[in-house]
Structure formats: C-alpha cells, structure tokens
Design a binder for this molecule. Structure first.
Ligand code: C2O
Length: 561
C-alpha cells in the first residue's frame, strides 16, 4: 500500500516537473511602483523619481521567447511612460513607450500594464522613462538569457554582473531642463557620473558611495554594461585588465580585446573580464567623450574591482590606478567602433538587406529659432532635414490606428530641403521649420539611411536610436557623405547590428534595416537635450498581409490623453 502511494506520489511529482523542464517560454510578471524617494549622493540628500524606491531600478530578467508583463503604477506628480529600449515589440507598438509617439502618458494615480514578447533577441538591453527628463533616475537593465539549453557563442562566464552608467545632478533634473527651455540656452551639465548608482568616493564625506565588485581570481566575469546617462558618451576602463567585447545592443559580435570601451547613451555592451591577477584592488573609471567645444561634466565616475583572496586584509590593500582617456580621444573611440563586426555565424547570421527600396539622407544638427521671451531673443533647437519635430497631443500610433486626421502629416523629407556643405564653415540660415511629420514605409521595405552631422553652430556626435528595429551599420566617415565613392566601401557582409549608433562629430553614418514591424517607430538622438530640442522623427510602417503582419489591437487599459 505504502509503495503504491509512493509510486503515485513520484508520478505526480515527475508529471508536474517535466512540463516545467520542457516548456521553454513563460510569462514573467513585474510590478513597477513609480515613487519619489530620498537618495544620498555626493554627500547630500535629494528626492528623486524611482522605480520601487531603487536607483538604478530593478533588473528585468527573462529568456528569449518569454512574454514580459510589467504593471506600472504612477505614484508621482509627473505624467509617465516606460520604454523598453531595444526590444523589438513586433506588432506590439502599444507597449513601446515613447510618450505621444506610441502612447498617451500614464497620468498620476493611474496604471498601465506593458505586455510584450521577446522574439529573436537575447543579450543586454535596458528600460527607461520616455517623457520629460525622468529617465535620469527612472531606468534599469534588461537581461534576456538565451533559450533554455542554448549556450552563448563564447565560454560560459563564471558570473554575470549588470553595470549601469548614469549621470547625477545635485539639483532637481526637471528644474534643470525647465530652466534651459525658459532661457533658450543649453542646460547645466551633471555633477557626477555614476556606476550602478554611485559616483565613487566623495571628498570630505563619510557616506559610502562606491560600487565595489568582489571577484575571485582565475575566473571569467561577464559585465553587462548599459549607458543610461542623459547627455554624455562615455569611456569605460578597468585598471590592469583587458576586456573582451562579445555583444552590443543584444546582438553578438566577433569577440575582440580592448582596454577601453566607448558607449553612447542608449547603447549596451557585454564584455568578458578575465580575473587574471592574483589579488588586489583595481580602479574602474568612467569619463566623458566629447570632441566639440561643448561643456560636459568632467567628473570621473569611480568603482573598484576587488579580488577576494583567503589572506584578505581588504581595506589595507592599495588600489591599482588608471587614468581616463583624454576627453577628446577620437582615436580611441574610432578604434573601438571600427572593431565592431557582427558575429555572422551559421546560428547568428547577419541578414543585411542587399538591395534598397528607400534611400534616405538625413542632415542632423543644431539650429537657432526666434524666441521673444528667451535670453538672447532666440533658442537653440535641433532638427533633421530642417524639421524640428513637435510632439502631438495624442499619440501618433493611435492617430494612425484609428485614422484620426490632423495629428501628423506623412511627408517627412527624404533629403535636406536645400543641400549645403554640411560640415563646412559656411554660414547658412540656422533657422528650422517645425512640424509633426512622419516618413511612411510599406511593410517589409528595405531602407538605407545616411545620417549626416552638420556643423551648424557646432559639429557634435549624435547617438541615434531607432525604435522597433535593429539596423546594420554599413559605413561611417568624416566630412560630407559622398554618394558616389562611399557606398563602394560599405560593409554588406558582417556590419555590426544594433539599435543605437553614434553619428561621428562632423561626419556621417550609414545604416540599413528592413521595415518588417508594422507601427509607428521613433528615431531620435539619444542625447536627451537634443531630443528635447527636436532632433527626432518617426517612421510609419504600414501593415502587411494578414494578422501576422499587422499591428495587434490596443490593450484594454491603454492610457488616455
Ligand atoms: Cu532609449 Cu526613444 O529611447
């Protein structure tokens, strides 16, 4: 009798466990309570907007093919949306998150549940608020593990560590941007760079504000690094160690070694750190990269790597130091960028569009528009093809889906209205037009987009992010793009695939993508001040044939404007 019971019990247990072992995809539920919370940084306390009281916010962990369901409850005084940066949102644009592009904001006291499936993606991405400047403190990492049983295309790391880089202002961030908009001038730069929320040791301050990673010798650690800074491209470096880059923006790359990585706001980079020292403490430095004569936050963010060894007299150990690269170290940046190539293996092929249906040329840069209430009678703006984008009052995606007229026009210019010597010194009229104009694409069209920086006011690096797609970075150069010569040098074999790319200061970048995701997709510079100034536009991708190529209906609890 007892053995019969036991057998039954075993059968039941096995019956319950087996499906769990074999069912690969599942639903991951998260709850984000967005709340004000006091945090002490740089030795003073201020109230910031956070997710669940944390800065950075909690890490989302899921597997390729999982569905992620995040219930966001807005307990703060600001309108709010969350964007899942780099998640493709195939047919689920409703959950993409840019305010007034795909959704109306979640108003104070309201709730919205984002719901999306992780199709064909694995790696590190991140999420952030996509309204006002709230993303300064409302952000966190997304870790997408490969499907069960599928290994990484590199030796399995001993441990994985999320490293989120950020910027910290002593004053309230919304006050900083409001002040700038009122004056028409550039905003105050931040006061510190943070590594997992901490700036490093603060002079004459007793509080512990240092991120310290404990490691064991002879192991491989994978650092999942995300740049969540608002306005600064960053260098990242560890004293005495080389880093092997294995992935960027959740796509695998051909591994290469470097001692410095360059990472733009919006980008993510996975590196392998081999702990090939026996003992000691090593400094981690994070510093800005800026080629133009533009004010940046010069403070170096510091963290430490600490080898845990048995004979540990930890605090007395001295730290091996390293200096950050010079702020304008273009060569270091170029070396890094030019080393990035898609892995392009049998399992992870680079599906670069070989023919182009829509060839676009976007001149991107700054401008000056009149403003009678501003300090100089004018304000700094930014524009693509001379259009400084104006956010509508209801979202573009709703206007498109429900055929609401008068919200946008589908006439975004494919080329600059008047071509000029983009990177020369010649002075042209810096005034821009304003408008809510989109570029319309049929389903599955292939697009080549050349992003050309202009020297208007000043040349500057622009990290461009495209929502809803990954793209291939097929070329890059200094000066003006030459449509005759430059395409001959395009890499159409193994170009790096990503969602955010730096347009070099005074140069250009060419990308290609396939418009296989119906909806409305934001394209913008991920320097938050440039987005605010209008350096943004949207693509409208039509439905294809049948339900599998069409936008899903909006969720029941979709926020109203
Ligand atoms: Cu990471 Cu439209 O943003």
């Amino acid at each position: 009798m007892a053995s019969w019971l036991l057998k039954g019990l075993i059968l039941v247990i096995v019956g319950c466990l087996l499906p769990a072992l074999f069912v690969e995809s599942r639903i991951r539920h998260y709850k984000f309570n967005v709340v004000q919370k006091n945090h002490t940084r740089l030795c003073s306390t201020k109230s910031i907007v956070t997710i669940n009281g944390k800065f950075p916010g909690p890490t989302l962990v899921a597997r390729e093919d999982d569905t992620v369901v995040v219930k966001v409850v807005n307990h703060v005084k600001y309108n709010l949306t969350i964007h899942w940066h780099g998640i493709r949102q195939i047919r689920t644009g409703w959950s993409d998150g840019p305010s007034y592009i795909t959704q109306c904001p979640i108003q104070p006291g309201q709730t919205f549940t984002y719901n999306f499936t992780l199709t064909g993606q694995r790696g590190t991405l991140w999420y952030h608020a996509h309204i006002l400047w709230l993303r300064a403190t409302v952000h966190g990492a997304i870790v997408i593990l490969p499907k069960l049983g599928v290994p990484y295309p590199f030796p399995k790391p001993h441990k994985e560590v999320v490293v989120v880089l950020g910027e910290w202002w002593k004053s309230d961030v919304e006050a900083v941007i409001n002040e700038a908009l009122k004056s028409g001038l550039a905003p105050n730069v931040s006061d510190a760079h943070t590594i997992n929320g901490y700036p490093g040791p603060v002079k004459n301050c007793n509080s512990q504000e240092l991120f310290n990673l404990q490691v064991r010798p002879g192991k491989r650690y994978m650092l999942r690094i995300a740049n969540a800074a608002l306005n600064e491209e960053l260098f990242f470096k560890i004293a005495g160690h080389q880093l092997t880059v294995v992935e960027v923006d959740a796509t695998y790359v051909k591994p290469f070694k470097t001692d410095t990585i360059v990472i733009s706001p919006g980008q993510t980079t996975n590196v392998i750190l081999e702990t090939d020292k026996l003992a000691g403490k090593y400094l981690v430095v994070v510093s800005p990269f800026m080629e133009a004569p533009i004010a940046v936050d010069n403070a170096t963010g510091l963290a430490t790597i600490h080898y845990a060894t048995t004979s540990n007299t930890s605090t007395s150990l001295s730290t091996t130091l390293t200096a950050p690269p010079p702020i304008n170290a273009t060569q270091i940046s170029d070396n890094f960028t030019n080393s990035l190539k898609a892995l392009n293996s049998n399992k992870f092929p680079a599906l670069v569009p070989q023919k182009v249906d829509h060839s676009l040329f976007f001149a991107v840069g700054l401008g000056i528009n009149p403003c009678s209430t501003c300090v100089n009678g004018s304000r700094i703006v930014a524009a693509i093809n001379n259009v400084s984008f104006v956010l509508p009052k209801i979202s573009l995606l709703q206007a498109h889906y429900f055929n609401i007229n008068g919200v946008f026009t589908p006439d975004f210019p494919a080329n600059p209205p008047t071509p000029f010597n983009y990177t020369g010194n010649q002075v042209t009229n810096p005034a821009t037009t304003t408008g809510t104009r989109v570029y319309r694409l049929p389903y599955n069209a292939t697009v080549q987009l050349v992003l050309q920086d202009t020297a208007m006011l000043t040349p500057e690096n622009h990290p461009f992010h495209l929502h809803g797609f990954n793209f291939f970075v097929i070329g890059r150069g200094v000066g003006n793009y030459d449509p005759k010569k430059d395409p001959k040098r395009f890499n159409l074999v193994d170009p790096v695939e990503r969602n955010t790319v730096g347009v070099p200061s005074g140069g250009w970048t060419a990308i290609r993508f396939r418009a296989d995701n119906p909806g409305v997709w934001f394209l913008h510079c991920h320097l938050e001040i440039h987005t605010t100034w209008g350096l943004k536009m949207a693509f409208l991708v039509d439905n294809g044939n049948g339900p599998n190529e069409s936008i899903m209906p909006p969720p029941m609890d979709f926020p109203k404007c």
